[in-house]
Structures are given as C-alpha cells and as structure tokens.
Design a protein around this ligand. Sequence first.
Ligand code: DC
Length: 224
Amino acid sequence: MNDKIVPVITIDGPSGAGKGTIAQMLALDLNWNILDSGALYRTLAYFMLEQNIGLHDFEKNKELIKENFRVKFDAGIAGEPVKVIFNDMDITKEVRTEEIAKKTSDLAADPVIRDFIKPCQRDFMKPPGLIADGRDMGTVIFKDARHKIFLTASLQERAKRRQVQLKRQGSEVNMRLLLQELEDRDKKDIERKHSPLKPATNSVIIDTSNLRPEGVIEEIKKNL
Ligand code: DC
C-alpha cells in the first residue's frame, strides 16, 4: 500500500510548536489515523527499560522486541493527550515521564533504532488516511506524502506553552531552566547526523507563535 492509495499529511517541527494539538485536531476532523512518532520512540524506550535491555543489547534482543512491539494510537478527545496503547495497555502517562524522555532522546539518535522504527511507522499508513506527527515524517519516513506541514514558533512561546502544560500536570518549573532545556533539545534534534530536524523542501512552513490552534488549522486547510 502506498500514498497513491492512502493519503498522508506530515506534521514536523520542534518541541512545543503545536504538532500534537494540530495533529489530533486534524485526525479527529478528517477521521483519519494518527501516528505520534515521538510516542513510538518513547514506547520503545519504555519497553527496553522495562525489559532491562540497553542500547548495546538491542541487536541481540531485536527479534524479541519486534514480536512484542505492538503499538496503537487513539486520537481520543480534543485537548487530552493522544492515547498510547502498548500491547493492549494504556501507557499514555507512563511514556511522558522525564526518565523516559531522556532515554528516548538517546535512542532516537541511534541509526539502528531509527531503522527498526521506520517500518513500524510505515505500518500506520492505513485507509482512510494518516496524520503523521514527528521530526522526520516529511523528510524521511513519508517522503511521498501528499501534504507536508512544518510548524515552528519562537523559543519563548514554546517554553510558555510547555510551562502551561506542566502546570496543568501539577508541576511548577523555572522558566529559565525550561528555555535552556528546549534550546538544548532543539540543538540536539537539528544537529544530529541521522534524520535531523529540518523542513522538507516541499513543506508549508507555519509560524504558530501568534496563532490559535483554529488559525493554524485554517492555514493548513488553505494549502490542502
Ligand atoms: O515529540 P516527543 O518529545 O514525544 O519526541 C520524543 C523524542 O523522540 C525526542 O527526543 C525527539 C525524538 N523524535 C525523533 O527523533 N524523531 C521523530 N520522528 C519523533 C521524535
């Protein structure tokens, strides 16, 4: 099956640019499937941690991981996180911890892991269509996608959004620390050798700093 039959919209961009919100809104609106590729990497990190498998043991355990790596996403309810279902268990909350985020960031930089995840991501391309959210959806994984969107926003605005999100979860965070963390993650994503974060040449770039989610959707729809 390829994109000639299944339409794909890719949504890439840095942390806090609004990818998750917009991908969810589009998936609910169009009634399409959703792939949260960041959550897929996080699930792999969660599973490896649970099984006590380190990055250096990955090859040795590849078959076991492959057999047990069954992940589904449910766009759920607007405004709530997209549900991550791993082997029939809801692990939405478990994959959002700081421990998993750190481990994921290391895993995602490794070419062996990226090769392993690639076919898993392509498997989400099922009718009637797919909204694929990540860093390299339009540049590497779904190069043939019908529509490619790259969302961006100022560092300040992205940090503010993250602060609101964390507050909602009950954590207070220092703005200066948040800015530094985001800057570091951006640098890591942009400068890494394998699948670095960059807009696909044929993508529509939208700065969401001064837009409400509805405004972003309007911009996207103008380009569909
Ligand atoms: O979007 P997120 O924070 O859930 O992503 C988790 C990590 O995975 C982050 O370090 C970036 C990385 N990632 C990636 O390298 N490629 C993707 N397509 C999606 C996420």
